[in-house]
Design a protein around this ligand. Structure first.
Ligand SMILES: Cc1cc2nc3c(=O)[nH]c(=O)nc-3n(C[C@H](O)[C@H](O)[C@H](O)COP(=O)(O)OP(=O)(O)OC[C@H]3O[C@@H](n4cnc5c(N)ncnc54)[C@H](O)[C@@H]3O)c2cc1C
Length: 432
């Protein structure tokens, strides 16, 4: 059974080390027919597969490595609503009517995630304990006040909270400026959630093959034909859900986003009294700093923190040290604890900072560019794509279906962002 842990060389992922079993599937070694072929076994691909299979559509999903090898097995596990950008930014780019449909479709995305967890009994430490976007300063709070107003105008049940409340929620002396609390959001074990989606999709009749990356996709006899090293699949429609992990065989999608790195560090399990004193109600937190930091406590009482950058070579030591100093400032209760796990992953960033559902050719959809928020959006888009394919009516699809967009110099620009974050993290050390 293939099990490529979602981590890069030299890394040690907390999620990989604590995951439920990867569903048993095989490499594709045959020729198959399907109504829909899905490429990529992350949230987007598996939500599509699950919702299609539930409606009786014949589905084959091909994953190049293992389920959750991409962002879906590596992320911070904060199940947030909406997208990073404010609703007004989305409206400005998509137009008022289209932007409002887009924002509303993602407003309740945590509801769908937690509903699937319940319905399919997915064992992923799901905790709908809220998430809080925390201001790191007065100016951060000014930004959040405006964001909160926009979210409330959209009908989101979010609440602006004051500094005393954010300090009590986080138990951090630094987080004393306030924030936005979303009571419908929460946290999950991200790899377990995606493995649970795969198990549910299999139970509904989807055929899933791991270690079966597509090597070509071409048009033959009015159908799409994908080949792997061992087999082939012919299908009427295709969903390419490879996002930031698109390999050279899904080159068009690969060039449609900037693959920007995020890294995470997790402590060893903290002593029970210390763990109970940090984020005591177990909300997921992320802040407004330029180098955004997210923090949460996992089910074993580990403090898990994330920020921008990769851990390759010497960068790993610089970033882990920076994260240690950040942790000790934010949560002095955990000072002196060792990092037990550290790992990284790529997010698909777009110039517009808004995800795109692209149509590469008639019947070939490629959602990409989640810009670091894909648990809810990937799950929601997968469901809507499935419904649209079943109904054949694109009018009900709440996202614009756009032509393929190619970013200029995506790898070079992602590399520049990576080194810019490294410089900030390194200078922070020097200036202290
Ligand atoms: C470190 C980190 C922290 C994050 N934190 C959060 C968070 O807290 N909350 C949140 O909402 N989002 C977060 N995100 C973003 C979120 O993880 C992603 O947006 C989401 O996982 C994207 O899911 P996906 O299914 O579209 O793509 P992926 O999960 O990346 O899946 C793509 C899959 O395609 C496969 N593939 C590639 N090429 C081929 C091929 N030729 N043939 C077959 N398969 C192929 C890959 O192996 C991969 O498994 C974070 C991301 C990272 C990296």
């Amino acid at each position: 059974m293939p099990d490529h842990l979602p981590q890069d060389a030299g890394e040690k992922s907390l999620w990989g080390a604590t995951a439920i079993a990867n569903p048993v599937t095989h490499r594709l070694e045959e020729s198959l027919q399907a109504d829909v072929l899905i490429v990529g076994g992350g949230y987007t691909g598996l939500s599509s597969a699950l919702h299609l299979a539930e409606q009786g559509v014949s589905v084959v999903l091909l994953e190049a490595k293992s389920i959750g090898f991409g962002g879906s097995g590596r992320n911070a596990g904060l199940v947030n609503a909406g997208v990073w950008q404010n609703p007004d930014h989305v409206n400005a780019r998509l137009g008022e009517a289209s932007g409002t449909r887009f924002n509303q479709a993602l407003r309740d995305s945590p509801e769908l995630v937690f509903e699937l967890v319940r319905r399919f009994d997915i064992s992923c430490d799901a905790n709908r304990s809220a998430t809080v976007n925390i201001a790191h300063s007065r100016s951060g709070m000014t930004y959040l006040e405006d964001r909160c107003q926009q979210l409330q105008a959209l009908g989101a049940a979010v609440e602006l909270i004051d500094g005393a409340r954010t300090e009590a929620i986080s138990a951090s002396p630094v987080y004393c400026h306030g924030g936005i609390l979303d009571p419908g959001a929460g946290t999950i074990h991200p790899l377990n959630y995606v493995r649970g989606l795969a198990k549910a999709a299999l139970e509904q009749g989807a055929r899933i093959f791991q270690e079966s990356g597509i090597e070509s996709l071409s048009r033959q006899d009015d159908r799409w034909l994908a080949t792997t090293s061992g087999g082939r699949v012919s299908a009427d429609q295709v969903i390419i859900a490879t996002n930031a992990y698109a390999d050279e065989n899904s080159e068009q999608v690969r060039k449609s986003t900037l693959p920007v790195f995020i890294f995470q560090c997790a402590t060893e399990p903290l002593p029970a009294d210390v763990a109970a004193g940090i984020i005591p109600q177990r909300q997921g937190l992320w802040d407004t700093q330029t180098l955004m930091t997210s923090s949460r406590i996992d089910s074993s009482g580990r403090l898990v923190m994330s920020s921008a950058g990769n851990l390759r070579g010497l960068q790993g030591a610089i970033r882990q040290n920076w994260m240690r100093r950040t942790r000790d400032r934010l949560f002095p209760q955990a000072a002196g604890t060792a990092w037990e796990y550290q790992w990284s992953g790529q997010i698909g960033v777009t110039s517009s900072k808004i995800l795109r559902v692209q149509l590469l050719a008639p019947g070939v959809f490629a959602p990409a560019g989640f810009n670091g928020r894909g648990i809810g959006p990937g799950t929601v888009i997968g469901k809507h794509l499935a419904n649209t394919i079943v109904s054949g009516n694109r009018d009900d699809f709440p996202f614009p279906i756009e032509a393929l967009y190619t970013e200029k110099w995506p790898r070079l620009r992602a590399g520049s962002i990576n080194y810019a974050t490294l410089a900030l993290q390194f200078l922070n050390k020097r200036l202290k």
